[in-house]
Write a protein that binds this ligand. Structure first.
Ligand SMILES: Nc1ncnc2c1ncn2[C@@H]1O[C@H](COP(=O)(O)OP(=O)(O)O)[C@@H](O)[C@H]1O
Ligand SMILES: [Mg+2]
Length: 313
């Protein structure tokens, strides 16, 4: 049984002041997330990620289609005890200290043990700041508090909307490590992001959304190994010479090093020529599309389909 499942999940928002136009923000989303997966929900701004999360959290209601979490409809409030949620731009009562605020959330879930609150604050690195008011927190500290709030009741499934956005590299790393810990504990994590490198190192599988439509879903491995573009050869030339223009389909230079990209079938021929040139080869590896390129291809595809008249907005 999938932990999260959506079936033709669709959301139209009514926009316009005088005449209400329906605007399709999510279009027939079919998705399954399995137990203990870290699932990345990727897409550019406006793709429909937050809309999907709001539908899953039962904060807005679908125009059509349905969704279940842990086998129960999202409208089943008894299931909400089992899930945690970090919204995109969370708002907390910011005159409370971290400890007071987290105690409040813990009590909502019937937890009265103060040790739990301190344990979770420690877990997100806020022990020293626990008696500081949230309004004095930096963006990174607030995000960590938000994470503590999302997991304080020990949920089986954790939903995070853009958990790394607005954070510096250290903050992003901390959030990443925490997500990996949650996975180790056996939880299922569903998070949205428009920052691709965050997903690359973290996700078991990703889905790419653009213009409200699912463009692709698969393991990061599958996406990376989809096709080999060619082979890159890094080399230096004696005496700082330049390589002949026809050596490879692209040759770029960084400092004293050259990078040639050749087709898989041309590798040996290129090596023979490099030997003639007395080049010193310092590296050779396969060139695969990065997640970024794959992502851009999918997003461009969605934009073209829209221009061709395929869109309904
Ligand atoms: N409450 C709303 N009313 C009207 N349109 C909305 C509303 N919320 C989101 N939208 C529109 O739905 C689309 C998807 O938005 P959103 O789900 O926030 O995307 P993402 O989180 O991927 O950036 C956008 O075009 C956005 O303007
Ligand atoms: Mg969003």
């Amino acid at each position: 049984m999938p932990v999260i499942a959506t079936e033709k999940l669709t959301k139209d928002y009514l926009t316009g002041f005088w005449t209400k136009h329906p605007k399709r923000s999510l279009d027939s989303l079919d998705l399954e997330v399995h137990e203990n997966e870290v699932f990345g929900f990727l897409g550019p701004n406006g793709a429909g990620k937050t809309t999907t999360l709001k539908l899953l959290m039962n904060l807005v209601f679908p125009t059509s289609g349905s969704a279940t979490i842990l086998g129960r409809p999202v409208s089943d409030t008894s299931m909400h005890r089992e899930i945690g949620f970090l919204p995109e731009a969370p708002y907390f009562y910011d005159y409370l200290t971290a400890r007071e605020a987290l105690s409040y959330y813990a009590r909502l879930f019937g937890l009265k043990d103060h040790a739990v609150v301190d344990r979770f604050l420690a877990r997100v690195g806020l022990t020293e700041a626990r008696d500081t008011q949230l309004r004095k927190f930096s963006k990174g500290m607030l995000q960590r508090f938000g994470l503590a709030q999302a997991i304080v009741h020990d949920p089986r499934v954790v939903f995070l909307d853009e958990p790394m956005s607005g954070l510096d590299p250290v903050g992003r790393r901390e959030v990443r490590d925490l997500i990996l810990e949650l996975k180790k504990e056996g939880r299922t994590i569903f998070f949205s992001t428009h920052i691709l490198p965050d997903a690359e190192t973290l996700c078991d599988r990703v889905a790419v959304l653009a213009r409200g439509r699912l463009q692709g879903v698969g393991s990061v491995e599958e996406i990376f190994h989809r096709e080999v573009h060619g082979v890159e050869i890094i080399f230096e030339l004696p005496g700082g010479g330049a390589p002949p223009a026809d050596l490879a389909r692209t040759v770029t230079r960084t400092g004293s090093r050259y990078r040639a990209e050749v087709g898989v079938e041309d590798v040996y021929a290129t090596f023979a020529r490099l030997e003639e040139l007395k080049a010193r080869v310092v590296g050779c590896s396969e060139v695969r599309p990065t997640l970024e390129e794959y992502f851009m291809k999918l997003v461009d595809g969605a934009n073209q389909a829209k221009q061709a008249g395929g869109g309904s907005q």
